[in-house]
Design a protein around this ligand. Structure first.
Ligand code: SER
Length: 593
């Protein structure tokens, strides 16, 4: 069964079970506090938390996901940065009984996996939350023998929340037993089984029973309704269904891997299969990120993109690959996926250009940088030191464009270390920013939250101020937040005059000084509009929406998050006003001290 077939069968199966097929959300999540979309459930969080009434009770999707957490594992049999997640959801509708029965029906009857190869894990009970006896019973009723149902704690069998609070719950994972020959010799567990880590068992599907709302450290409250959130990695499932030993051997990767081999030194490619796989993974991830609007940059999402392109370049060099390798591979990725993800074809030019430009930029310094690195290694070893000099590591970053993680990885290959804190200090010294600022730059997701909420609230104030100054024709055309700045696109035919920019800035700062309290109310969409709330992209809103008010000044339909009071924004400053397409202007602004 091809991967394309597997995707289709999944959606068809759940459609028959009365699920709404929802298209994949962008890799740039609507929630501005998250770095990337990393799970299928992300676009459904407001429904799962009960904050917004869902427009349907059941949903299924194939979601594009990007995770940086597994980047060091990429190149083994089953890990990726970019991957697709198959998922089905119940928003207060069906629960464990159906979720379990349907997962088995699909795996066994549709995908033809042998039942006796399936093992499951369930939540053992921890931190005041009871053992999931119900799930154990249901698995048994569905024919899973007791010996193949294993119990684990929070770490393995409790999922979420995505941030520090929010919907979460016990989960059951389905693992596939690849057979004894996959058991590594050094597997120390007598009874090898799921999660023993020896490689014999592969997790293929996670069924999360979302019953709780985490409200604080060790505090869990019952959610208003029981939800189901499931996720199965397409690449892994395909590997198992196609009887392969690695995701990279499936039809999702075949052409890409062959192409890398054909454009590299054959001997090197044979010797360095992990390197070949890393290049395949990273180029695929880069293409999908660019298609969703990420550009290479010094920070945040753009930094992650830069990191994977540059890492792929270093590995391509190990394989003595031809210089056009990455751009040529990008074309292969677009062709392979364009029928499923048309955005790749639509953005083909951008994808190829961004990759080519990034290559040109890094190629200039890569060789010199590698020489510098070798010298640094020699110096460190000669000094009998274990750690690279952090000033030199910073120089590699600043002058030679080596992402810190790349230097770290190369150091590890030499059994040496990089002192990250010393690097951060060095970075801060050169940029005259705090070390916390450095951490933020490189995408610590948790640290986005506060800053982004302030920017988000400032965006609402500015939106209203623009309408006041320029006229009611001003409409939001796009918005993007990073910890460093807010960006807002809006409809307006002319360049703003200096006075207009000043006026908008003054109005926003006045509303910050007015210390308006920010309140949120849920109501039907029509009611919010009648109350004068700004709302766009009408068709995307669910029936019941959140309306955010800032005093009497601004009202907008929005999913949040926002500050509690406008004084938390502290200060607002417009740093740029420019064109962004025909009849659309773009403002970049900063908030805070
Ligand atoms: N949210 C769960 C996961 O990411 C199931 O979809 O594994």
């Amino acid at each position: 069964m091809t991967a394309e077939h597997i995707r289709k069968e999944f959606l068809d199966f759940f459609k028959k079970k009365k699920h709404e097929i929802v298209v994949s959300a962008s890799l740039i999540p609507a929630d501005p506090t998250a770095l990337f979309t990393s799970a299928g459930m992300q676009q459904f969080i407001p429904y799962l938390s009960g904050d917004v009434e869902p427009p349907y009770q059941r949903a299924c999707s194939v979601q594009k996901c990007f995770r940086t957490s597994d980047i060091d594992e990429v190149g083994d049999e089953f890990h990726h940065t970019y991957f697709e997640m198959l998922g089905n959801w119940s928003f207060g509708d069906y629960f464990k009984k159906e979720a379990i029965a349907w997962s088995l029906e699909l795996l066994i009857d549709v995908y033809n996996l042998p039942k006796d190869r399936l093992w499951v894990t369930v939540f053992i009970g921890e931190k005041g939350i009871a053992k999931d006896k119900e799930a154990i019973e249901i698995w048994q009723k569905n024919g899973l023998i007791k010996e193949r149902i294993k119990e684990f704690g929070m770490k393995a069998n409790f999922w979420g929340p995505v941030g520090s609070t929010g919907p979460c719950g016990p989960c059951s994972e389905i693992h596939y037993d690849q057979g004894k020959k996959f058991q590594k010799k050094d597997c120390t567990i007598n009874n090898c089984g799921p999660n023993c880590g020896c490689g014999r068992f592969v997790e293929i599907w996670n069924l999360v029973f979302m019953q709780y709302d985490k409200t604080g450290e060790n505090q869990y409250e019952k959610l208003p309704a029981n939800n189901v959130d499931t996720g199965a990695g397409l690449e892994r499932l395909t590997s198992i269904i196609q009887g392969k030993t690695s995701n990279y051997e499936t039809d999702l990767f075949l052409t890409l891997i062959e192409k890398i081999k054909s454009l590299s030194d054959a001997k090197e490619a044979e010797k360095n299969i992990k390197t070949v796989r890393i290049i395949a993974d990273h180029i695929r991830g880069a293409c999908f990120l660019i298609a969703d609007g990420v550009l290479t940059a010094k920070e945040d999402r753009g930094y992650v993109l830069r990191r994977i392109i540059r890492r792929a370049m270093r590995y391509a060099r190990i394989l003595n690959a031809s210089p056009e390798l990455l751009v040529s591979l990008a074309g292969t990725v677009v062709d392979h996926y364009k029928n499923i993800y048309p955005e790749l074809d639509q953005q083909r030019n951008d994808i190829l250009t961004v990759i080519q430009k990034e290559e040109e930029r890094f190629r200039k310094t890569l060789n010199e940088g590698l020489k510098k690195f070798k010298k640094l290694v020699r110096l460190t070893i000669d000094k009998k030191d274990k750690e690279l000099d952090s000033k030199m590591v910073f120089q590699l970053y600043d002058t030679y464009g080596f992402p810190l993680e790349l230097t770290k990885e190369m150091a590890e290959e030499e059994n040496l270390k990089v002192d990250e804190q010393a690097f951060e200090k060095e970075f801060a010294r050169h940029r005259e920013i705090s070390r916390a600022g450095v951490k933020k730059k490189f995408g610590g997701v948790g640290e986005w939250k506060e800053k982004v909420a302030a920017q988000h609230s400032a965006t609402h104030l500015m939106h209203q101020a623009l309408r006041e100054v320029l006229g009611e024709h001003v409409q939001q055309a796009g918005s993007d937040l990073t910890p460093e700045r807010l960006r807002f696109d809006f409809t307006h035919p002319d360049k703003l005059t200096e006075q207009e920019v000043k006026k908008v800035e003054t109005i926003v700062n006045r509303q910050i000084k007015n210390e308006l309290s920010v309140t949120v109310k849920e109501m039907p969409y029509e009611e919010a509009i009648a109350a004068g709330a700004l709302a766009f992209f009408k068709e995307k809103y669910p029936k019941v929406v959140k309306m955010y008010s800032m005093g009497d000044y601004s009202r907008e339909v929005c999913a949040g998050p926002h500050v509690k009071n406008t004084r938390e924004i502290i200060n607002f400053k417009i740093i740029k006003e420019q064109a962004s397409g025909a009849g659309v202007r773009r403002i970049k602004a900063v908030v805070g001290k």
